[in-house]
Structure formats: structure tokens, C-alpha cells
Design a protein around this ligand. Structure first.
Ligand SMILES: Nc1ncnc2c1ncn2[C@@H]1O[C@H](COP(=O)(O)OP(=O)(O)OP(=O)(O)O)[C@@H](O)[C@H]1O
Ligand SMILES: [Mg+2]
Length: 146
């Protein structure tokens, strides 16, 4: 069962990383997440959006990013971040820890690893010259126990 569908589209500018992060957190807030789950959702979304801005569009800001949000079975949050930038040549390699195509070494190549450790499922679809879509699914622990 899927419900409560939200889609936002924004320009690929660095300041929108914080915006997307806040939108995802505020969407998730209605499902009563723990503080830890909220932080994990925000961090994973930030990594995906930052990749779209930096790698997808090469920091030029000339393009848009879409974020789709939905709720699955009342306790899983589906977040899909799509860009229409340069795409990824080798997805498997890109997802390896410490792999980065940025040569100046200011990037650690840990974005996908962070996403994989903070949410339950990460799916990447990409084609060179067409863009990239990263789907993140977070399972919430709905029973906080007393
Ligand atoms: N949206 C995207 N479009 C094009 N290439 C991407 C995209 N997302 C990731 N990549 C490619 O995958 C590589 C690995 O991404 P990852 O987020 O793991 O590391 P990074 O962004 O290089 O460094 P870090 O996230 O640690 O700052 C990137 O260096 C880039 O080549
Ligand atoms: Mg990254």
C-alpha cells in the first residue's frame, strides 16, 4: 500500500541541498520517527542531492532535481532523487566505498556508503548523458516501546 505522494522540483543549486533535506524531514515527521531516524533520512537525502548538484550538473546549477516522496505500508518512506545530468558510467564502481571521480580529493567517495548505512534500501538507475535516479527507502521502527 502506498500513499501520500509528494513531488518537488528545484534548481540544482547548493543551497537547495538544505531545502530538500528539510522537506524530507518534515515529510517524515508525520510518521513519528525517532530523532536518529530523522537524522539518517536527512543525511541520506543530502548526500543524494549533493551528488546531483556536484557530479550530475558539475556545480553549474543548470538543471533541475526532482524529489518524490511517498509512504509505503504506513511505516516506510520512499524518497527518489532524480537529475538529468551527466549520468554514471559504472554504477557498481561508483557505489564502492572511497570511489570518487573528483580528482582534487576534497571528496571522500563515501556518499553512497553513507546512504547505504543510513537507509534500508538504495537503488541507483543511471545512463550516461541522461541522468541519475537514486531511490532511498527507510523503514521506520514504528513501535518506540514503553
Ligand atoms: N547524480 C550523479 N550524477 C553523476 N555522477 C554521480 C552522481 N552521484 C554519484 N556520482 C558518481 O559516483 C561517485 C561516488 O559518489 P559518492 O557520493 O559515493 O562519492 P563522492 O560524491 O565522490 O564523495 P563524497 O560524497 O564523499 O563527498 C562520484 O564521485 C561520481 O562520479
Ligand atoms: Mg557524494
Amino acid at each position: 500500500m502506498e500513499s501520500n505522494f509528494v513531488t518537488i522540483e528545484f534548481e540544482a543549486l547548493p543551497q537547495n541541498q538544505g531545502f530538500a533535506r528539510a522537506i524530507a524531514a518534515s515529510y517524515a515527521a508525520s510518521l513519528d520517527p525517532t530523532m536518529e531516524e530523522l537524522t539518517e533520512i536527512k543525511t541520506a537525502v543530502s548526500e543524494a542531492v549533493s551528488n546531483a548538484v556536484i557530479h550530475g550538473y558539475g556545480r553549474k546549477g543548470t538543471g533541475t532535481i526532482t524529489m518524490e516522496l511517498k509512504t509505503i505500508d504506513g511505516d516506510k518512506i520512499y524518497m527518489k532523487i532524480t537529475d538529468h545530468g551527466k549520468g554514471i558510467e559504472d554504477i557498481k564502481r561508483a557505489m564502492e566505498p572511497m570511489f570518487s571521480t573528483e580528482e582534487d580529493r576534497e571528496m571522500s567517495g563515501m556518499g553512497f556508503t553513507v546512504m547505504e548505512s543510513f537507509v534500508d534500501k538504495v537503488f541507483v538507475e543511471s545512463a550516461p548523458g541522461e541522468g541519475t535516479a537514486v531511490t532511498l527507502i527507510k523503514y521506520l521502527d514504528v513501535y518506540h516501546g514503553v
